[in-house]
Design a protein around this ligand. Sequence first.
Ligand code: ADP
Length: 592
Amino acid sequence: MGLVVVWAVTNLVSLGKASDAILRENYRSILAAENMVDALERQDSGVLLYVGGSEKGIRQFRENESVFLQWLARAKDNITIPGEGELVQTIEASYAKYRQEFSAQTDLRDASKPPLRLPYYQETLFPLFAEVLESCIRLRNLNEETMYNASLKAGDVANRAIWSTVFVAASALMVALIFSLLLAERIVRPLRRFMEASRKISAGDYAVQVAVETDDELGRLAGEFNQMAAQLGQYHEMNIDQIISEKNKGEAILSSIEDGLVVFDTALKVTGINPAGRRMLDLEFSEVTTLVCDDILPSPNVREMIRRTVEKGVQPDVPEEQRIITLQKADRSLHYHFSVTPIWGRDRNLSGIVLLLRDVTRLKEVERLKSEFIMAASHELRTPLTGMGMSVDLLLEHAAQSLAEKDRELLQAAHEEVHRMKALVNDLLDLSKIEAGKIELQFEQVAVQTLFENVQDVFKGQAEMKQVKLTSELAGDLPQVRADVNKVTWVLTNLISNALRYVGQDGQIQIAAKKIGPHVHLSVRDDGPGIPPEYQSKIFQKFVQVKGRQSGGTGLGLAICKEIVRAHGGAIWVESSPGQGSTFTFTLPEAR
Ligand code: ADP
């Protein structure tokens, strides 16, 4: 483009210069010729005036003579075109003749002689005048012609300049195009190689290399690229080794653990199972991956739990005792505790479920043996304890007066301890019987009001004695419940006697019932000292008592309550904050 601009400017400048010089010079010559013609014509008029007898004619001739000569001098100074010099010389010569002729007639004039005659003018002066005039007109025409030719030439030059500029511009454009194509190809070719190499790397071919051909930026980029590909290859190798070793590690751990593990996808298809799991569920290795949850798990409990976990993404809150499945194997019943854990994918999407099965058959067996032993032991202990109790009672009744004060105190202490032991043995016996399933519940439909009235009658006297207000509150639309009246009364009795034990004088105990869902909630609320949070989940276990509160109880009451409520298909819990009292609530199913 620079070249084109320089070319065009040069052309324009030279064109301008050429036409300007020609026009200026020719214009000067034309002007001189014109003025000479003017002066000459006025001289001719002067001559005619003189011929007519006026002296003014001579003056006019002389005045215009100097004008003519002035312009002639200018024309002489401005000879620029061929033939112009000769023409000016001709003018000068013929004008000199014209002047001489006129001067001869006027300068040497005799005043007596008559002035110039017309015939003389016509024969001598006029032809001379006509010759000068014609030469002047030729000078003018010559210059005009030259000017016209110069303008034609300038047009030609301009045309040539236009075309040559177009040609130069087109050539420059072609050269630029060729250069840009070559340059683009030079840049794009290596980029194509980079693209190809990147594609191979993403397809897993890390051995790919881009040729380093030049020493410029692209060459250096190729070097860096090759280094990056080599490092990626190393990382890939490392990752694969790591993944394989992690997988082997995982498999070794899964194979070595005693608990059964089954992995399901979200469509509940089995995607993995460890040897312990196969053993527990009696499955062959080959058939495992074609099975779904319903094929391998006979218990609806666990299937339901897996399904709910897949739907909600979290393991449902199910009581521990409902997390046991029992499978029959040969002539044995095997018990497994199960738990379900969701597996999360990359974007926190559920990708599967792990079912963990723990064999608790031995634990169950030990539990059963323990319950049987406690049952047998407490049964055996009851008879001698009853005997001992009766003896101590009789002794206290009949021989107390004859004993020394200290001995009597000892006897009284023995009496209390024997009765505590009897209560403990009775509670233990009851609990072990329920745990071993030895107690058959007598279910019947009963109104909660009846249950409340029973216990209120029992505790009326005690409450009055301790000046405790015992009230009951029943929701209006309470349905009947399905329950063993004696056992539920036992639970209520135990809860109210606990409450009575802990409320202070003028305390308040309220028993209440309301329906929530398919269950009726029965609660015993007191305004006693409350139960510390760390004990609230533990006090339903055997022998757990809040430290520092001597109640004289066995620590078995709430454990028995829990077993009875569980046998009814319900649950029991406590809500309490220390110093604010406690509310024990248990649920019973609505009678249908
Ligand atoms: P115990 O025979 O000791 O009463 P329980 O199983 O009935 O055995 O109760 C366990 C423990 O729970 C009690 O020792 C007591 O510390 C605490 N407890 C039970 N009921 C109440 C209550 N209403 N207020 C405060 N503490 C209570």
